[in-house]
Design a protein around this ligand. Structure first.
Ligand code: GNR
Ligand code: NI
Length: 170
Protein backbone atom coordinates (compact mmCIF):
# COMPACT_ATOMS: atom_id res chain seq x y z
CA UNK A 1 0.00 0.00 0.00
CA UNK A 2 1.13 3.49 -0.80
CA UNK A 3 0.24 6.89 0.53
CA UNK A 4 -0.52 8.98 -2.56
CA UNK A 5 -0.11 12.75 -2.91
CA UNK A 6 -3.37 14.67 -2.42
CA UNK A 7 -3.98 17.36 -5.03
CA UNK A 8 -4.71 20.85 -3.76
CA UNK A 9 -7.09 23.43 -5.18
CA UNK A 10 -6.79 24.97 -7.79
CA UNK A 11 -5.23 21.88 -9.45
CA UNK A 12 -7.22 21.37 -12.66
CA UNK A 13 -7.33 17.59 -12.22
CA UNK A 14 -9.81 18.15 -9.36
CA UNK A 15 -12.23 19.43 -12.02
CA UNK A 16 -12.06 16.32 -14.23
CA UNK A 17 -15.21 14.19 -13.75
CA UNK A 18 -14.59 10.55 -12.85
CA UNK A 19 -15.44 7.78 -15.31
CA UNK A 20 -17.41 4.75 -14.08
CA UNK A 21 -15.39 1.71 -13.02
CA UNK A 22 -15.88 -1.31 -15.28
CA UNK A 23 -13.20 -3.75 -14.09
CA UNK A 24 -13.28 -5.11 -10.54
CA UNK A 25 -9.71 -6.39 -10.64
CA UNK A 26 -6.59 -6.27 -8.50
CA UNK A 27 -5.67 -2.80 -9.75
CA UNK A 28 -9.00 -1.46 -8.46
CA UNK A 29 -8.25 -3.22 -5.14
CA UNK A 30 -4.84 -1.55 -5.01
CA UNK A 31 -6.36 1.86 -5.77
CA UNK A 32 -8.90 1.40 -2.95
CA UNK A 33 -6.20 0.25 -0.49
CA UNK A 34 -4.02 3.25 -1.40
CA UNK A 35 -6.98 5.61 -1.01
CA UNK A 36 -7.79 4.20 2.44
CA UNK A 37 -4.16 4.48 3.55
CA UNK A 38 -3.94 8.04 2.19
CA UNK A 39 -7.19 9.02 3.95
CA UNK A 40 -6.06 7.57 7.31
CA UNK A 41 -2.62 9.19 7.02
CA UNK A 42 -4.02 12.66 6.23
CA UNK A 43 -6.17 12.15 8.36
CA UNK A 44 -9.57 12.70 6.75
CA UNK A 45 -13.07 11.28 7.02
CA UNK A 46 -13.23 10.59 3.28
CA UNK A 47 -11.23 10.63 0.06
CA UNK A 48 -12.31 10.56 -3.58
CA UNK A 49 -10.13 9.16 -6.38
CA UNK A 50 -9.93 12.51 -8.28
CA UNK A 51 -8.17 13.95 -5.19
CA UNK A 52 -5.19 11.72 -5.95
CA UNK A 53 -5.40 12.43 -9.68
CA UNK A 54 -7.34 9.28 -10.62
CA UNK A 55 -10.45 10.23 -12.63
CA UNK A 56 -12.62 7.31 -11.55
CA UNK A 57 -15.91 7.10 -9.68
CA UNK A 58 -14.59 5.72 -6.40
CA UNK A 59 -14.53 7.12 -2.88
CA UNK A 60 -13.81 5.84 0.61
CA UNK A 61 -15.26 7.10 3.90
CA UNK A 62 -14.53 6.35 7.55
CA UNK A 63 -16.38 8.59 9.99
CA UNK A 64 -15.03 6.75 13.07
CA UNK A 65 -12.50 9.48 13.77
CA UNK A 66 -11.73 9.20 17.47
CA UNK A 67 -9.00 6.82 18.63
CA UNK A 68 -11.31 4.67 20.78
CA UNK A 69 -13.89 4.05 18.02
CA UNK A 70 -13.22 1.00 15.83
CA UNK A 71 -12.45 1.98 12.24
CA UNK A 72 -15.34 1.53 9.82
CA UNK A 73 -14.09 1.78 6.23
CA UNK A 74 -16.80 2.16 3.60
CA UNK A 75 -16.02 1.86 -0.09
CA UNK A 76 -18.28 3.32 -2.80
CA UNK A 77 -17.77 2.50 -6.47
CA UNK A 78 -20.01 4.12 -9.14
CA UNK A 79 -22.25 5.64 -6.44
CA UNK A 80 -25.64 7.17 -7.13
CA UNK A 81 -27.54 9.31 -4.67
CA UNK A 82 -31.09 7.98 -5.02
CA UNK A 83 -32.85 10.46 -2.74
CA UNK A 84 -32.15 13.42 -0.48
CA UNK A 85 -34.25 14.67 2.44
CA UNK A 86 -34.10 17.61 4.82
CA UNK A 87 -31.40 20.20 5.18
CA UNK A 88 -28.33 20.45 7.39
CA UNK A 89 -25.69 23.14 7.68
CA UNK A 90 -22.31 21.65 8.46
CA UNK A 91 -18.81 23.07 8.83
CA UNK A 92 -16.87 21.15 6.20
CA UNK A 93 -13.20 20.72 5.54
CA UNK A 94 -11.56 19.23 2.48
CA UNK A 95 -8.12 17.66 2.13
CA UNK A 96 -7.78 19.52 -1.18
CA UNK A 97 -8.31 22.85 0.67
CA UNK A 98 -5.83 22.62 3.55
CA UNK A 99 -6.82 24.85 6.46
CA UNK A 100 -10.20 25.90 5.05
CA UNK A 101 -13.42 25.27 7.02
CA UNK A 102 -16.68 26.44 5.54
CA UNK A 103 -20.32 26.18 6.52
CA UNK A 104 -22.18 24.35 3.72
CA UNK A 105 -25.85 23.37 3.37
CA UNK A 106 -26.55 19.79 2.30
CA UNK A 107 -29.37 17.28 2.52
CA UNK A 108 -29.67 15.88 6.05
CA UNK A 109 -30.37 12.34 4.88
CA UNK A 110 -29.50 10.50 1.69
CA UNK A 111 -30.13 7.08 0.22
CA UNK A 112 -27.19 5.91 -1.87
CA UNK A 113 -26.65 2.97 -4.17
CA UNK A 114 -23.12 1.86 -5.03
CA UNK A 115 -20.93 -1.14 -5.75
CA UNK A 116 -18.41 -2.53 -3.27
CA UNK A 117 -14.81 -3.45 -4.17
CA UNK A 118 -16.00 -6.77 -5.60
CA UNK A 119 -18.63 -5.10 -7.78
CA UNK A 120 -21.51 -6.20 -5.58
CA UNK A 121 -24.34 -3.61 -5.34
CA UNK A 122 -25.56 -2.28 -1.99
CA UNK A 123 -27.85 0.48 -0.78
CA UNK A 124 -27.37 2.60 2.32
CA UNK A 125 -29.45 5.16 4.24
CA UNK A 126 -27.23 7.76 5.84
CA UNK A 127 -27.69 10.80 8.04
CA UNK A 128 -25.50 13.25 9.94
CA UNK A 129 -21.78 13.31 9.16
CA UNK A 130 -22.01 10.18 7.00
CA UNK A 131 -24.67 11.80 4.79
CA UNK A 132 -22.61 15.00 4.54
CA UNK A 133 -19.46 13.06 3.68
CA UNK A 134 -21.25 11.01 0.99
CA UNK A 135 -22.49 14.21 -0.67
CA UNK A 136 -19.05 15.86 -0.36
CA UNK A 137 -17.26 12.85 -1.90
CA UNK A 138 -19.90 12.37 -4.58
CA UNK A 139 -19.33 16.00 -5.63
CA UNK A 140 -15.61 15.24 -6.13
CA UNK A 141 -16.56 12.54 -8.67
CA UNK A 142 -18.30 15.25 -10.73
CA UNK A 143 -15.39 17.68 -10.45
CA UNK A 144 -17.42 19.74 -7.98
CA UNK A 145 -15.67 21.30 -5.01
CA UNK A 146 -16.50 22.89 -1.66
CA UNK A 147 -16.10 26.42 -3.07
CA UNK A 148 -18.87 25.77 -5.60
CA UNK A 149 -21.33 25.80 -2.69
CA UNK A 150 -20.16 29.17 -1.34
CA UNK A 151 -21.17 32.75 -1.95
CA UNK A 152 -18.96 34.64 -4.39
CA UNK A 153 -17.41 36.49 -1.43
CA UNK A 154 -16.51 33.33 0.51
CA UNK A 155 -15.33 31.70 -2.72
CA UNK A 156 -12.91 34.58 -3.37
CA UNK A 157 -11.62 34.52 0.21
CA UNK A 158 -10.94 30.76 0.05
CA UNK A 159 -9.41 31.08 -3.42
CA UNK A 160 -7.02 33.77 -2.20
CA UNK A 161 -6.09 31.83 0.94
CA UNK A 162 -5.27 28.76 -1.17
CA UNK A 163 -3.29 30.83 -3.66
CA UNK A 164 -1.23 32.44 -0.86
CA UNK A 165 -0.57 29.03 0.65
CA UNK A 166 0.58 27.63 -2.72
CA UNK A 167 2.94 30.57 -3.27
CA UNK A 168 4.32 30.34 0.29
CA UNK A 169 5.12 26.63 -0.07
CA UNK A 170 6.64 26.96 -3.56
O1 GNR B 1 -11.67 15.08 6.09
C1 GNR B 1 -12.71 15.60 5.69
N1 GNR B 1 -13.57 16.12 6.62
C2 GNR B 1 -14.84 16.55 6.31
C3 GNR B 1 -15.52 17.27 7.29
C4 GNR B 1 -16.80 17.71 7.05
C5 GNR B 1 -17.40 17.43 5.83
C6 GNR B 1 -16.72 16.75 4.85
C7 GNR B 1 -15.44 16.29 5.09
S1 GNR B 1 -14.62 15.39 3.87
C8 GNR B 1 -12.97 15.71 4.26
C9 GNR B 1 -12.03 14.84 3.43
C10 GNR B 1 -12.14 15.22 1.98
O2 GNR B 1 -11.68 16.21 1.48
N2 GNR B 1 -12.83 14.42 1.21
O3 GNR B 1 -13.01 14.71 -0.09
NI1 NI C 1 -12.91 16.88 -0.24
Amino acid sequence: MTIRAILHYPDKRLRVPGVPVTEFDTSLGELIDDMAETMYAAPGVGLAAPQIGVSKRVFVIDIATSDDEPSDLRVFVNPEILSREGEISFEEGCLSFPGAREEIKRAERVRVRALDREGKPFELDADGLLAVAIQHENDHLDGKLMVDHLSLLRKRLVHRAMHKRAVASA
